[in-house]
Write a protein of this length. Sequence first.
Length: 76
Amino acid sequence: MSFIPVVKYLVGLGVFGFAYWILNGIFDSIIAEDVHTAGASFNFIHMMWTGCLLIYLIFGGWWVIRTYNEDRYRQY
């Protein structure tokens, strides 16, 4: 049984984690400087980012499980 699909999923999760770390610092700076005058658009972008992460977690996990159901990973 290969572990490559799991590694791909974890690398993608690491990319999301790194991007979250970078964007979280930018968001905190914007909030601290009181630059975000358009609250609705700022909140919308933050919700979209959270939604992207949740979609990746749910459907990425589903992809990993389905990958192991393929013929090349089955052991007879």
